[in-house]
Ligand binder design. Structure first.
Ligand code: URA
Length: 447
């Protein structure tokens, strides 16, 4: 087979067969296919459709580029959740310990920041010592003992996605339904789960800008999960403003810990984050057979926060994965950025929009994300929102604070962040955070 021929086949709208995908993807993993050829192939995928059958073949080959884990020797139902990515989306840090503390096992394999969105792995690695690169025996041992494990892809698990994910991040080839579906489902199907809950986001801060596109992605993901014999449920959720208040790795860990401790998330600006965490936890507990409905699962989730069980579960996880529990128990002792800068708006009124895409890119400028594959992340860098949509602001009031070690970008970051806020004379209409739910029976509105 000839790689240039395969690139041209996709470029002109042809469908690759299983053997062709195997040649291309396995060749990429073992270094025979260089980045520049894979980049050209990915770009061709972005401009051409894949049929349902081709998308299934793509997932299957990605999945089989590595090991498919068998966790059947660990008793209990295993359920994971995956988000298609957003800004300020730290739900996994809250949800995983909630669900595990309620008795459903959560083996979670997460990704790094991609494009303007953050990644759970980068957030976890901001905890000093926390190891996300466990071996498979260690992964199983932590899951068996804690009921929860959170790692990144190893060389063994979906290695094709591991390499492709990093390449897509820096070649403008993220927003493509079959590539996203292949990436998510190859990781998730390889990790040994019984069921999967997906958070498929749409809006300015998501890879899918329109709700209809997100619905197509959700349907594709549910179809793939069902085809591979896993109960799969997708939530369509709004990402037109950041979730919660923090954007940036350690800042998001802090917000998550405050939510797990029950100090935030009820009546404040983290309330969207917690409502989503409880809904997703409710679905995971239902699929994990601990609750008879999502609503009952949501109530169990709220109780796991009230009782402190979810917070204790997170500490257990940190300890098991080599992290510094003291850093979590004493959040205020973490090193500070060299610069703390307040961002003010001009004339007051009501916040009518907060652009998550602009804030995601601003966070990258500050050092919280990558522009090139080998960029190092500054875990302290990021943005704290002081106001959210619908809030009243006075003239020249602070709407956000940012943290960075990079002096040269301060002015540019300040104006980029200020320009992400729109202020009007009346509050804009409220949008639902959760739009609908999709499973193998079809789509239905959420409440
Ligand atoms: N999340 C993933 O794991 N992969 C993608 O391609 C996009 C979001």
């Amino acid at each position: 087979m000839n790689i240039v021929e395969l690139i041209r086949k996709k470029r002109f709208g042809g469908a690759l067969a299983e053997a062709e995908f195997r040649f291309l993807l396995n060749g990429y993993v073992d270094g025979r296919v260089p980045d520049y050829q894979m980049s050209a192939f990915l770009m061709a995928c972005c401009f051409r459709e894949m049929s349902d059958e081709e998308a299934l073949t793509f997932v299957d080959v990605m999945l089989r580029s590595g090991e498919v884990l068998d966790l059947s020797d660990i008793p209990g139902v295993k359920v994971d959740k995956h988000s298609t990515g957003g800004v300020g989306d730290k739900v996994s840090l809250i949800l995983a310990p909630i669900v595990a503390s309620c008795g459903v096992l959560v083996p979670m394999i997460s990704g790094r920041g991609l494009g303007h969105t953050g990644g759970t792995l980068d957030k976890l690695e901001s905890i000093p010592g926390f190891r996300t690169n466990l071996s498979i025996p260690e992964y199983k041992q932590v899951l068996r003992k804690t009921g929860l494990v959170m790692i990144g892809q190893t060389e063994e698990i979906a290695p094709a996605d591991k390499k492709l994910y990093a390449l897509r991040d820096v070649t403008g080839t993220v927003e493509c339904i079959p590539l996203i579906a292949g990436s998510i489902m190859s990781k998730k199907l390889a990790e040994g789960i019984d069921a999967l809950v997906l958070d498929v986001k749409y809006g300015r801060g998501a890879f899918m800008q329109q709700e209809q596109e997100a619905r197509r992605l959700a349907e594709t993901l549910v179809r793939i999960g069902t085809y591979f014999g896993k109960e799969t449920m997708a939530f369509l959720t709004d990402m037109n403003q950041p979730l919660g208040i923090a954007i940036g790795n350690w800042l998001e860990v802090v917000e998550s810990m405050e939510c797990l401790l029950g100090r935030r998330g009820e009546e404040d600006a983290s309330n969207d984050l917690m409502n989503l965490a409880h809904a997703l936890a409710g679905a995971m507990l239902m699929l994990g057979k601990r609750a008879s409905s999502i609503e009952e699962g949501e109530e169990m989730s709220r109780e796991a926060i009230r009782s402190g069980a979810a917070y204790r579960k997170f500490l257990e996880l940190v300890e098991m994965q080599g992290g510094d529990v003291g850093a979590i128990e004493n959040l205020e002792n973490y090193p500070l950025s060299k610069h703390t800068i307040d961002v003010r708006i001009g004339e007051g009124g009501f916040i009518t929009a907060i652009d998550p895409l602009e804030l995601g890119f601003a966070a990258i400028m500050l050092g919280a994300g990558r522009q090139k594959v080998d960029d190092r992340i500054d875990p302290k860098a990021g943005i704290l929102l002081r106001k959210k949509e619908g809030d009243r602001v006075e003239d020249h009031e602070v709407v956000a604070t940012f943290f960075t070690d990079r002096e040269d970008i301060i002015d540019a970051a300040r104006s980029r962040i200020a320009n992400s806020f729109q202020v009007g004379t009346t509050p804009s209409a409220q949008r639902p955070l959760i739009h609908s739910l999709i499973d193998k029976a079809g789509a239905r509105p959420w409440r």
